[in-house]
Design a protein around this ligand. Sequence first.
Ligand code: ADP
Ligand code: MG
Length: 699
Amino acid sequence: MMSVQYLKGVGPERVKHFHHLGISTSRDLLYHFPRKYLDRTKIKKITEILNFYRSQKSTERLSSAEEETIQGKIVTISLIRTRRRKSIVKAAVSDQSGMIYATWFNQPYLKTYLTKGKKVILSGRIKLLEKPEMIAPEYEVLADDNSPPLHAGGLIPCYPLTEGLKQKFMRRTIKILLDKNIDLPEIIDDLLRKKRQLPPVEQAIRQIHFPDNNTKLATARKRFIYEELFLLQLALGLRRNRVRKSKVKYPLKISTALEERIRQRIPFTLTRSQEKVIREIKQDLLRTHPMNRLLQGDVGSGKTVVAIYASLVAIGNKTQVAFMTPTEILAEQHYQTITQLLADSRVKITLLTSGLPAAERRKRLNLIKQGRINLVIGTHSLIQKQVAFQKLSLLIIDEQHKFGVIQRSVLKQKGGNPHTLVMTATPIPRTMAMTLFGDLDISTIDELPPGRQPIKTLLRPTKKMVRALDFIRGKLKEGRQVYFVYPLIEQSDQAINQQGSLKSATQMAKYLQEKIFPEFRVTLLHGGMSEKKKDQVMQDFRSGRINILVSTVIIEVGIDVPNASIMVIDHAERYGLAQLHQLRGRIGRGTHRSYCLLFGDFTTPESKQRLNIMAETNDGFRIAEEDLRIRGPGEFLGLKQSGFPEFKIVDLHRDFDILKQTRNDAGQVLSRDPLLKQGQHRCLKEIIIKQFKNKYNAI
Ligand code: ADP
Ligand code: MG
């Protein structure tokens, strides 16, 4: 395809600007769709406008937010220079019915362009001065040959722009391109187009830029929505086919004896949901191509034991497992849990943390390399780097809430082609499961272990904290434990925050110990502490030696201390909903009634309303949906910086039906031609590769 630099009016400077918008070829430019259209189809009689606005009472303000469009002849035009060297061009325009003034600021050249007698279309807002006037309208001089207007009549495209590229320039350049013989490849073949009632590419591209009417525009848009999703589904399908064709290095078997041994180790009856996902995972593990599965389940639904189950299958087959966690505290906790569960078995487990002395670390790495360790637990970074396994067959990634990161870390490990299980408490909405994660299989735990009490969540202004303290004291006396969460580690962090009055965990730990709960043991925990110190604190909290843990959000993920039944979060308005739900997930893990107390300054109705959903529901799926609605998919899943594709024209929510169609259609195309090698498919594949290769490791 031709580079944009050869287009009329596009010099090296503009080529650079185009690049900012991701446009380098003329095809890219044709696929740069308007973000909206101004409706300038209704040309009004000038008298009609004059009468309407005269009947309005107000004098100064803009009388209407809506634009009006008129067509007429320039009767007079004059240029006025103000004292401050500004210029005003004022034109009188008339049609058969009447005359109106139009005014432009600082565009003196208009005086020589919109000369007397020219036929024009003007679109703009009306302001009632002495008389109604059109203020800075978009203008277009009509050619005598009746060719349709570009800027000021009909449905006018408005493009996404960047510095240095103006709306009018964009319209003109695209128009020039469309007037040429556009030679776009047809991505959707005739049969499919017929089936889904989509217009051919050339017609659609003309209509999406300069639509004849709203109906034709809608049809054109539908075609490109379909096209965008179709390409993505093909890309995902190609990738799936590739994974299916690859083989794991260490195939696994599951004997009844092995299963029995595993089940004997589990100290409780598994829930029906847990049984279901274990079945799904087992089936995957028995296949010769690698598992690529996402396990989603609300906080506290019991994902860890599922991971342990899978691990023991791999270990029973004399292969190794890597278990990655987002924090060291969580790695330590899993290490404790699993070691206890497997006490006096032959399974060798090791923990890789950043706090290890160099010699010890080297020793452990060596044992892993020689295959003398079966299960390695550590944070992402520790396991990803330098660790060489002898026989890695299973990779588990726990509490992964930022999905931009998984794809990359999973791919990194793909060398030995191990099975991969990713666990998350953030549910993936169905739309995204079918698109961005279309190549992952998904298992869902949709119930909590029996005997859980629903958590009661209360929202209170911070100044009501004092009353809550007595309530908390009562629970502490009954033997329960409590978390307090603050946004800062230390007061000196204040420099960073503008509001100036945020409390810190350090300050509050001291205050709560000395002034409020002298009879109980209060301890501080935050990410800045040494590995050893953190472990000690967590151990003491787990064993009940500490009653109150004052912490930063470091405890957000995974921590499991069933006796802790109260979570106090101050400055709650500062956290996202999903994060609050994670924090709240630290309690309600035992049989005690649990309470989550959210304190804050809810200065705006929105902040209060947003947090109210926390009080309304404990359902993580609902909260995630709400969070997704508020923050949008990119932010929500942490995809923003990770180079995932942003859709051009698709809105997953709105276009769910088309999404399902493309999934179906792409599946059929690939079943006939799995690698898109036949005739016309080759061009299609080229486009897919160009579009997805770098952005999204889809193929
Ligand atoms: P999450 O899904 O948030 O990772 P965990 O795996 O930490 O949840 O489990 C939460 C708690 O529930 C743990 O204390 C765990 O031992 C317990 N648990 C898990 N499954 C069951 C079950 N089937 N019956 C009873 N308790 C269970
Ligand atoms: Mg967990």
